[in-house]
Ligand binder design. Structure first.
Ligand SMILES: Cc1cc2nc3c(=O)[nH]c(=O)nc-3n(C[C@H](O)[C@H](O)[C@H](O)COP(=O)(O)OP(=O)(O)OC[C@H]3O[C@@H](n4cnc5c(N)ncnc54)[C@H](O)[C@@H]3O)c2cc1C
Length: 548
């Protein structure tokens, strides 16, 4: 049923009232909301179909570390009743199927255009509209643009000489070939040991003749403890959906795992150990997010807990020297997003798996036949560059965006993002991010729903009040930025070499120490309260205007 909304604005001859860029979790929900209101909108995506993250990352082992039933959309009872999540942590093919199902069920494909990359965006101050240039040379215009670009949608390749010289097959996991890769009998290298590599390595080891992992810095990781969801359990989940989403809305991370509020130092060591045993052997992010808050803030508490996890790793790796190599020493557990794994540490007990410590023997170059380290040459048929993402701002930087007075977003964000509420950028009117950097990055769809449900009424507000333009004030933006910076201070995360601080050794300007304040660290509930207060106060910090 289409709900009509009153528009008092006589739009100039624009191609669309709203253009949404991106057809992932965020873009799908955004177009649903807009078209339900009868607003003329289109979605543009560079990919050939829907799904974003779940369309691209098809590597073996790709799956959620969010409980599936907390990741799905919450806004349609019918959808919740119809969809059966088959595993507690859904694998990529199933998640992609889910997003395709949503798009078909709500007949959203008619509003989507694929295989088109937005390259340039210019704000026209005389008519308060955006002009977009696409890579198929088309130009499109719209009053509003919603950026649903993804915060992890631009992969980074390593800055190692010779990558193009390799004569075997080499790719980033984001670009894992859609038809799969036959690894049987192959010599495979995985470069990197981040969250993606930790999912890939156990799977590749089962298939390849030889797997060599190049590790520069180990990452902490904990067991996923996945399990199937049968009909009976799914029925129970369906009955509890309201309760589950209410719980996600209460926890800082948007998961069903909430912190243990007893206080680290109030709980005797023996009880702490019991809790940790239970969490380590339990599913998902419990070990990270159902822990004591002090783990994230207090060096001593963090060190004690990190030692607990180190011992669990030592129990799982046969060779004690190798075990020590897999235990991080440059950061404590949980100050970076914790990768969840299935048999990762045991994989190093296999005869066909070799760990190369690239901190001791750095990679010098990729050669036509393999990898040359300072120590030796390794021959490979396949090289997987699991070297992360240009996180948070990468997809924005890849579009040449100019706002008021021709100011470039890239320039404004050269040292890191500056936003109002993670949703708007001052000087870039009529542009919304769902979500953008400096929002509360939680269990993702929970944050996406919050952002879309804030953005859509703002568009509605403009339409019903005859405004052709909104823009965040510089003062409101500055004050929000200072708030974001303050939220870094209590947390050990402020020291992380991780996307939370913008660190990426493969990107210029992302060196350690040049902190980029990418996240709102106050948690989901505080963030929601903050942005709701702004809307309730008539969009405090936002100026409206009309071309008259
Ligand atoms: C391997 C992996 C595992 C993850 N696991 C989890 C998890 O378990 N739980 C969780 O909460 N989050 C997880 N995430 C984060 C994940 O990105 C989000 O959950 C979610 O999928 C993001 O949806 P999105 O719509 O915001 O962005 P995306 O899914 O990234 O979609 C953005 C879309 O925008 C398009 N786009 C970007 N720029 C342009 C342009 N210039 N022109 C046209 N189109 C453009 C892209 O092609 C893409 O399709 C994971 C991410 C990765 C990479």
């Amino acid at each position: 049923m289409v709900e009509e909304s009153a528009s008092t604005v006589d739009a100039p001859a624009l191609d669309h009232e709203v253009i949404v860029i991106g057809a992932g979790v965020a873009g799908i929900y955004q177009i649903k909301k807009l078209t339900d209101l009868g607003i003329d909108a289109t979605v543009l995506d560079a990919n050939d179909d829907v799904g974003g993250t779940w369309y691209n990352n098809r590597y073996p082992g790709a799956r959620f570390d969010s409980e599936s039933y907390t990741y799905g959309y919450s806004w349609s009872r019918e959808l919740l009743d119809e969809w059966h999540w088959v595993e507690r942590f859904s694998p990529q093919p199933e998640t992609l199927k889910y997003l395709e199902f949503v798009v078909e069920k709500f007949e959203l494909r008619q509003y989507m255009q694929f295989g088109v990359r937005v390259e340039v965006m210019r704000f026209d101050e005389s008519s308060d509209c955006w002009h977009l240039t696409l890579d198929d040379v088309r130009e499109l215009s719209s009053r509003f643009v919603v950026m649903a670009l993804g915060l992890l949608s631009i992969p980074t390749m390593p800055r190692i000489e010779g990558v193009d010289d390799f004569e075997g097959i080499g790719f980033h996991p984001f670009d894992w070939p859609h038809g799969g890769v036959d690894l049987e009998g192959k010599r495979v290298a995985v470069i990197g040991t981040g969250a993606t590599a930790i999912q890939i390595i156990p799977e590749v080891a089962k298939e390849a003749a030889q797997l060599t992992v190049f590790q520069r810095r180990p990452n902490w990781a904990a067991p996923l403890n996945n399990s199937p969801i049968d009909d009976e359990e799914m029925d129970d989940i369906r009955r509890r959906y309201d309760e589950i989403f209410a719980l996600c809305a209460e926890t800082p991370g948007g998961f069903e795992h909430g912190p243990d509020r007893r206080g680290f130092y109030n709980v005797p060591e023996e009880e702490r150990m019991e809790l940790w045993d239970r969490l380590y052997d339990g599913p998902g992010f419990g070990i990270w997010l159902s822990n004591f808050a002090e783990i994230f803030m207090d060096e001593q508490a963090n060190a004690e807990f990190s030692e607990y996890i180190a011992n669990r790793i030592r129990d799982r790796v046969d060779d004690p020297v190798l075990a020590e190599k897999l235990i991080p020493t440059d950061h404590g557990f949980g100050i970076q997003r914790v990768p969840l794994e299935t048999g990762y540490f045991e994989t190093y007990n296999r005869d066909n798996v070799l760990l190369v410590d690239a901190s001791e023997t750095p990679i010098e170059r990729i050669t036509p036949t393999g990898v040359q380290t300072t120590d030796q040459h390794h021959e490979f048929d396949v090289i997987v560059y699991s070297t992360g993402f240009d996180a948070f701002t990468g997809a924005f930087d890849h579009i040449d965006i100019a706002g008021v007075d021709g100011e470039k977003l890239r320039t404004k964000w050269a040292d890191g993002p500056v936003t109002y509420l993670g949703l708007l950028v001052s000087g870039f009117p009529n542009m919304l991010m769902v979500p953008g950097p400096q929002s509360a990055v939680t269990n993702f769809p929970r944050g996406v729903e919050v952002a879309v449900e804030w953005a859509t009424p703002l568009i509605e507000h403009c339409r019903s009040n005859g405004h052709t333009r909104f823009d965040a004030t510089a003062a409101a933006e500055q004050s929000y930025f200072e708030e974001v910076v303050r939220w870094y201070q209590p947390f050990l995360l402020r020291k992380a070499r991780h996307w939370a601080t913008g660190y990426n050794s493969n990107l210029e300007g992302h060196e350690y120490g040049k902190t980029r304040y990418n996240l709102y660290n106050g948690g989901g509930p505080k963030y929601l309260e903050r942005i709701t207060d702004v809307a309730d106060a008539g969009y405090e910090g936002v100026e409206f205007g009309s071309t008259g």
